[in-house]
Design a protein around this ligand. Structure first.
Ligand code: AKB
Length: 316
């Protein structure tokens, strides 16, 4: 059985990844760590929880030793929009945190490290439709720069030290448990909360902005599928993955099918420029070929599920 450390367990993905992993690998084998934000009760009450800042390398090292960790999910990151407000901090947390995880992982000879990259690794010079796995990586955000540097580090540590680091370029993640914070794709989650609570949403991107997205259940499946993939089949460390692509106008129209009174208006802000620098759709054929990636949800099934779950929770 694996002994798994999840760094960044309070975040949008981490908060659902921990219960998902505990269900699969056993409650006591998944150690959840957070830095500032309190961890959700479901995580605190179901298994080990510790305070950990990935920037504190010695503490990280102690935790690996004490808990006999062999697998790390390094999920802690500053996202694209916040990264543009505090670029130096974004570099510090995203890159120095990652280097610490890689170095400590190397010293303790951990079996595997999963570290998500992002569609933010691409930039305005990348082909925007059906973006291939191997292509131009010239991002124009600090977040994107840290993702490209991280991808190169993943390849480097694998080749030089035989450290099995694996990464997927996540699109925008749509989830119903924890709100995302500081990303450009956050609108695709906020829109559901506002539609259900107020029947109205002001979108910070233009109506015709198309971005690649994925529903959380597919994201969680991807996290485990890539971890468990047979290494002899993997020809690279970093994979494109996607679930669906839609414009802000298209998701609004889909929500309207369930909430006919829903109204949306558009007031693009600084995040529009970031969105315009990212792909509209992603070619994830290498992930499909090499480790069987196969998402389940499309725009219509995701929207139906989100509205069902959030309506139960938000409408008392
Ligand atoms: C963001 O919007 O910054 C993230 C991402 C696409 O990596 N959700």
């Amino acid at each position: 059985m694996r002994r798994i450390l999840v760094i960044g367990a309070a975040g949008q993905i981490g908060s659902e990844l921990v219960p998902f992993l505990r269900n699969k690998y056993g409650n006591g084998n998944v150690i959840a760590t957070g830095r500032k934000t309190p961890l959700p009760d479901v995580i605190k009450n179901s298994g080990p929880v510790i305070y950990l800042d990935a920037l504190e390398k010695n503490r990280l090292s102690e935790v690996l030793y004490e808990y006999e960790i062999d697998t790390i999910y390094h999920m802690a990151s500053i996202l694209s929009a916040t990264g543009e407000k505090i670029p130096q901090t974004a570099w510090d947390i995203n890159i120095n945190g990652l280097i610490n995880v890689l170095e400590v992982g190397r010293s303790y000879k951990v079996d595997k490290i999963i570290w998500p990259s992002s569609i933010a690794a691409f930039g305005p010079t990348t082909p925007r439709e059906n973006t291939p796995n191997i292509t131009v990586l010239q991002p124009t955000t600090m977040y994107g720069i840290t993702k490209v540097a991280g991808e190169l580090l993943a390849e480097y540590y694998y080749k030089k030290y035989d450290l099995d680091v694996r990464s997927m370029r996540l699109p925008g993640i749509i989830s119903s448990e924890t709100l995302p914070g500081g990303g450009t794709t956050d609108y695709a989650v906020e829109i559901f909360y506002e539609a259900i609570k107020n029947n109205k949403y002001t979108c910070f991107l233009r109506e015709d902005t198309v971005l690649p997205m994925m529903y959380q259940p597919d994201c969680l499946k991807c996290m485990v599928d890539l971890l468990e993939a047979d290494n002899s089949k993997l020809k690279r460390r970093v994979y494109n993955i996607t679930g669906m692509s839609f414009s802000a106008g298209e998701i609004a129209a889909e929500i309207k099918k369930h909430i006919p009174d829903f109204e949306i208006d558009y007031k693009p802000d600084f995040r529009q420029e970031i969105a315009d620098s990212w792909p509209k759709s992603i070619d994830d054929s290498l992930a499909r070929e090499e480790w069987g990636w196969n998402p389940t949800y499309d725009l219509s099934s995701m929207t139906k599920d989100m509205i069902e779950i959030l309506s139960k929770r938000l409408i008392k």
